[in-house]
Design a protein around this ligand. Structure first.
Ligand SMILES: [Zn+2]
Length: 478
């Protein structure tokens, strides 16, 4: 064999060996937003009176993030809505699987819980609106569009997982009051705990639960440092302070705008996407009730809250370390939980109440509202299938619950999850109402009333146990 041929054979052998060793798959990320603002003239949901929308203060979005480690793809969508609905989320996840090849179990859909948006729920409020279903179908399509655009923008990425502390805007909204000062509940009984008592009231004793000041942040950037997206969570119900009839994404949307401004990332192509999902905040408000609160201009408070969070996240991220190799995994499971069902005595109370006149359309009468809710609950199934999900994103994990878990459930998830950072995202894949812990049912109060809460008193413990099993499974994925 001539020397040149020897060299050729040796070279081709080396080349074959190099080809045999597959290059390590590159972690990629892409993000996009879709506008989901409803047409004006629909009810704004979230309070006992639902005024019709007359103005768009800021557009509502589905903010979408897609991650790909070469083996597994995840999609996360945060919706500027009051809540999500089980059927709508299942349908959307199914479409994403079918059209985009991301398994439905790997798609996380949650709502921020703004109280200035219209419902996508299948049930139209009276008088029934014939086109109500159209908004639901529109939102489904827009989420799929947003995820599709995020897939289109997948590019090599790095991840940083950090936390920031923002204790000054979270307050537990459930209070013990001085003996003899508790007003009766709509059923004529006396609770031990009151939701949102007047700020500065001399009757306040102490809050009935903790708060969670931690913002959990998953930041994605290109290897050259150009930002792609920031997925953030904070456990604050909403802020409000919105004029009647306004559509707004509350502080969640304002945080995204302020963060994009701070990062000087408003004109990037592909665009940078900031996201703020809601943590476990069923009992958490931005109002400090220990002192009387001065009135504020519309939107002033949510700007202040958003600015504090955006500044603190920005400061933490400036020092964050990013990693190139990110393992992804997902688990999705349904757990059957008993619903709280009305007793015969309570049903009789509701029927009796409904024989008497109701309030005027612009007035709230809780006994009337709850008599309706209880009558409705008596016709529903006694058990419900509850969707639960865990996503692993590098060292971090996200657990989800449908509806509004109390803050202490989120704190317990973070403490017991064997991955850090860990965060519980609420209003994911549907909603069944508030999710208090067992002791809160003994204390009573708005969130625990029949018609407000989702599950039987020990339901949250069962959901948490299942989520932690799922965390243990994704933790070991290489
Ligand atoms: Zn709420």
């Amino acid at each position: 064999m001539k020397p040149s041929l020897l060299v050729l054979v040796a070279c081709s052998l080396i080349a074959t060996t190099l080809c045999a060793a597959e290059p390590a798959p590159r972690f990629r990320a892409g993000a996009a937003t879709s506008v989901i603002t409803p047409p004006l003239g629909r009810p704004i949901v979230g309070n006992f009176i639902a005024p019709l929308s007359t103005n768009v203060h800021d557009e509502l979005h589905a903010r979408c993030l897609v991650l790909d480690d070469g083996k597994t793809k995840l999609a996360l969508a945060v919706l500027d809505l009051l809540g999500t609905e089980v059927g709508m989320c299942a349908e959307t996840r199914g479409l994403i699987e079918k059209q985009l090849g991301i398994p439905a179990s790997n798609v996380l859909i949650s709502a921020v819980h703004t109280h200035s948006a219209s419902s996508t729920g299948g049930k139209a409020p009276a008088p029934a609106e014939p086109e109500y279903e159209n908004y639901r179908a529109f939102v489904v399509q827009r989420i799929v569009d947003g995820v599709r655009c995020a897939v289109n923008r997948l590019r090599p990425a790095q991840l940083a997982c950090v936390t920031a502390e923002v204790p000054e805007h979270v307050f537990n909204r459930r209070w013990f009051l001085k003996p003899g000062t508790m007003p009766p509940n709509p059923f004529g009984g006396i609770d031990q705990v009151k939701m949102n008592p007047p700020p500065g009231s001399p009757n306040l004793v102490k809050p009935a639960g903790p708060t969670d000041p931690t913002v959990t942040i998953l930041a994605l950037r290109e290897p050259n440092g150009r930002p792609i997206a920031v997925y953030s969570t904070y456990a604050l119900h909403y802020v409000g302070g919105v004029p009647k009839g306004d559509i707004s994404a509350d502080y969640f949307g304002e945080y995204c705008r302020q963060f994009e401004r701070l990062l000087d990332a408003r004109d990037l192509d592909p665009p940078f996407v900031a996201m703020m999902a809601n943590g476990a905040s069923g009992d958490v408000t931005s109002t400090d009730r220990r002192e009387p609160q001065p009135p504020m201009e519309p939107y002033a408070k949510m700007r202040r809250v958003a600015e504090t969070i955006a500044r603190r996240v920005h400061a933490v991220l400036a020092k964050a370390e990013y990693q190139d190799h990110v393992a992804l995994a997902a688990r999705f499971r349904e757990r059957t939980i008993a619903r709280p069902m009305p007793t015969a005595e309570r049903i009789a109370w509701a029927k009796e109440r409904l024989t008497k006149p109701g309030p005027r359309p612009d007035q709230v009468d809780l006994s009337w509202s709850y008599a309706h809710r209880i009558t409705d609950m008596a016709t529903r199934e006694a058990q419900v299938s509850v969707p639960l999900q865990v996503l692993r994103i590098g060292p971090a994990c996200i657990g989800t619950m449908p509806g509004e878990p109390f803050c202490e459930i989120g704190l317990e998830f973070r403490q017991r999850a064997a991955m850090q950072p860990a965060v519980l995202v609420e209003w994911a894949h549907g909603g069944f109402g508030y999710i208090p812990t067992a002791k809160h049912f003994d204390w009573g109060g708005y969130e625990t009333w029949l018609g407000s809460c989702a599950f039987e008193p020990h339901g949250s413990e069962k959901l948490l146990d299942t989520l932690l099993e799922m965390v243990a499974e994704v933790r070991d994925v290489k």
